[in-house]
Design a protein around this ligand. Structure first.
Ligand code: FUB
Length: 307
């Protein structure tokens, strides 16, 4: 599924990314990675794919958390959160992201609501990046009946969050339409109207990050999903589309990225269906590859070492 143009990149950069041992988790199927750097470690959060072989549905009953000091060796911690930890939810551990504020770790996640049709976004909180996490709000922050623009039940998914340098937090999310809203300092209430961002071929999986004065909004593009991105000098836009960052990742219709800097290097974390024989679009595996920036701040296409 990958273009040869990407494979043709044979630079020192490529060589240095050949040691990632992809996929990084092989005893479980893992999807929708999110990651944070805390103290001297990276914490990786993922959904646990558990459908039977050949079952073409997202069956995800819990999230998983791993930590690493080197991006190569990963330690699994006890299950930090399940959709059933939200009394108002009925299942589906879809994508989310953790962020730290004032010593607490807030985890914005997608789940299926128990009484409101469709997917919703909830928030869990913990004193530790490995949890255990518990419901921070007692209800969904965003539900399908608040945002009916696309009239699908899964348009309120895939939250990603950033705290800007001035302390203002923002939540981005969506399927088909990319939404964003300010969050109050308590991180569990919206602080203003929901707004939308026009991005070419936006499918889902937004990831917001800031680096050296640039804001980056990467997202799943078309279907099967590539990862594309836009850049801006402000978290409120305007966003300038910059093109494809990652091609369709092998043997999976979805792709879902996290982008971090750790110990002086940049990383692109994603999933594919690369575990031989049994992997696929619903039995996914998290992979890591190096990410490189150009002098003008744009990002180079990711060279996947996972296929
Ligand atoms: O894993 C379930 C859904 O598939 C996620 O929320 C999307 O980003 C896609 O990866």
């Amino acid at each position: 599924c990958k273009t040869t143009a990407v494979k043709e990149t044979t630079s020192a950069e490529n060589q240095s990314s050949l040691k990632m041992n992809n996929p990084i988790i092989t005893d479980k199927y893992t999807a929708d990675p999110a990651a944070i750097v805390h103290k001297d470690k990276v914490y990786l959060y993922a959904g646990h794919d558990v459908p039977e072989k050949g079952e073409n549905t997202y069956r995800m009953n819990e999230w998983l958390v791993y930590s690493s000091s080197d991006m190569v060796n990963w330690e699994e911690h006890p299950v930090p959160l399940k959709p059933t930890d939200f009394a108002w939810a009925k299942g589906d551990a879809w994508a989310g992201q953790v962020i730290e504020r004032n010593g607490k770790f807030y985890w914005y996640v997608t789940v299926s609501h128990g009484t409101i049709h469709g997917k919703s976004i909830g928030i869990a909180v913990s004193d530790s990046p490995t949890g255990p996490f518990k419901d921070a709000l007692g209800k969904a922050l965003i539900t399908n009946d608040m945002t009916t623009k696309t009239k699908i039940s899964w348009d309120d998914i895939d939250p990603t969050v950033i705290i800007d340098d001035d302390g203002q937090a923002y939540l981005f999310w969506g399927n088909t339409v990319c939404n964003y809203v300010k969050l109050k300092e308590n991180m569990i209430e919206m602080d203003g109207p929901m707004q939308t961002i026009d991005l070419p071929n936006f499918t889902e999986a937004p990831w917001i990050h800031k680096r050296k004065g640039w804001y980056y909004l990467s997202y799943a593009y078309q279907f099967p999903e590539k990862i594309a991105y836009a850049m801006s000098k402000s978290v409120n836009g305007p966003w300038e589309y910059k093109g494809i960052l990652n091609e369709v990742a092998g043997n999976s219709n979805t792709n879902h990225q996290a982008i971090i800097d750790f110990k002086g290097k940049s990383y692109f974390i994603y999933h594919n269906g690369s575990i031989p024989t049994d992997g696929g679009s619903f039995r996914r595996s998290v992979c890591v590859d190096r990410l490189y920036y150009n002098p003008d701040g744009t990002m180079k296409r990711v060279v996947m070492t996972s296929e």
